[in-house]
Design a protein around this ligand. Structure first.
Ligand code: AMP
Ligand code: FES
Ligand code: ZN
Ligand code: ZN
Length: 316
């Protein structure tokens, strides 16, 4: 197996590009894919200040690394969700990376700063953990970006993530979600711009990127997200990809190019695209109620005794 560029020994084959790469040219390839996505979707400019939401997993550490290498002013934001060892290890990887790159990392600990954690929230609300987790992350990303004067929030969603979400939304024809599947959500109503520069790269490519760059990351899946239906959608898409390389890319990017605009305006008034907003009387963030969903959650859960993650894991 030879590198497409230098004919030296290749370490990865990318069937959808019909190419093999050596480590150096694979890193070049990933940088070019990120630059292409930034450019194609007009994500941000060279002078924008970026806040990268970093989970300690491969994707968000890789995009932080890539953006720093491309010369962007990119700070990290890590949210401690209180999910036992999983969160402790994730935080450790994130801090180690920030230190190795001498990059600025903002940390917010849910329990220290807001009096609750995700296992306890899941138990008290009796909803799937991902629901209070997603709500908390969105709120804290938005708030940190606006308060810190950042131009955009960057997340590590990759092609597999976006194709799996699209697949799920198409299976059930969720028109409102389909209207929000773009890799850029513009700034609006006090909500910051949100961008996903890894939409041209797969999970496998990001894992290879971290290995080649020597970035240590959280390998485990979140123990509370086990059985998440997106995992089944990813497996289904991987089977199709195996038979016909490139179909994942065509599915997602074909949707963006040819179908996404048909769903414009289909979004409802959930907390990510609010209309007719006032402000939350607790935190001052935009909200359609007196108290925003995050502050309401925090009020409801913070008086409860902490529930360890082991007691929640298998209760779904
Ligand atoms: P997930 O929702 O876990 O698939 O994560 C999607 C993206 O959200 C990641 O790629 C990160 O950019 C961001 N993210 C997830 N968890 C955290 C966290 N604990 N702190 C900061 N950002 C996070
Ligand atoms: Fe959100 Fe696991 S990371 S529930
Ligand atoms: Zn090469
Ligand atoms: Zn609030």
């Amino acid at each position: 197996m030879k590198c497409r560029v230098c004919r030296g020994p290749a370490v990865i084959d990318l069937r959808r590009h019909n190419a093999n790469f050596c480590p150096e040219h694979f890193l070049d390839f990933t940088r070019k894919q990120v630059e292409k996505a930034i450019d194609e979707f007009d994500m941000f400019g060279p002078d924008d200040r970026l806040l990268v939401a970093v989970s300690g997993g491969k994707d968000s550490l890789a995009i932080w690394d890539l953006l720093l290498d491309l010369g962007y002013a990119a700070d990290g934001l890590y949210i401690g969700l209180g999910i036992g060892d999983y969160s402790d290890d994730s935080g450790r990887h994130t801090r180690a990376f920030a230190e190795s790159r001498q990059a600025t990392l903002i940390e917010i600990d849910l329990r220290d700063e807001h009096g609750f954690d995700i296992p306890t929230a899941a138990t008290v609300t009796r909803r799937v953990p991902c629901s209070s987790c997603g709500l908390s992350k969105r709120h804290l990303f938005d708030r940190a970006a606006v308060e810190g004067g950042y131009d955009a929030v960057v997340t590590g969603h990759n092609l597999d993530d976006e194709a799996a979400v699209l697949y799920g939304n198409v299976l059930t024809w969720q028109a409102d979600y389909l209207g929000r599947q773009r890799p850029v959500l513009p700034e609006a109503n006090g909500f910051p711009r949100k961008v996903k520069p890894l939409v041209r790269l797969t999970e496998r490519e990001m894992a290879a990127y971290c290995v080649i760059r020597g970035i240590e990351y959280q390998i485990d899946e979140c123990p509370m997200a086990l059985g998440n239906k997106h995992i089944a959608y990813k497996e289904a898409l991987n089977l199709i990809e195996e038979q016909s390389p490139g179909s994942k890319f065509t599915f997602y990017h074909g949707f963006l190019a040819r179908a996404a605009e048909r769903f414009d305006g289909a979004s409802g008034d959930d907390d990510s695209t609010p209309v007719g907003l006032g402000t939350c009387e607790r935190c001052g963030r935009p909200s359609s109620n007196d108290v925003c969903a995050f502050c309401a959650l925090s009020e409801r859960v913070s008086g409860h005794d902490p529930v360890p993650v082991e007691l929640v894991r298998n209760k779904r």
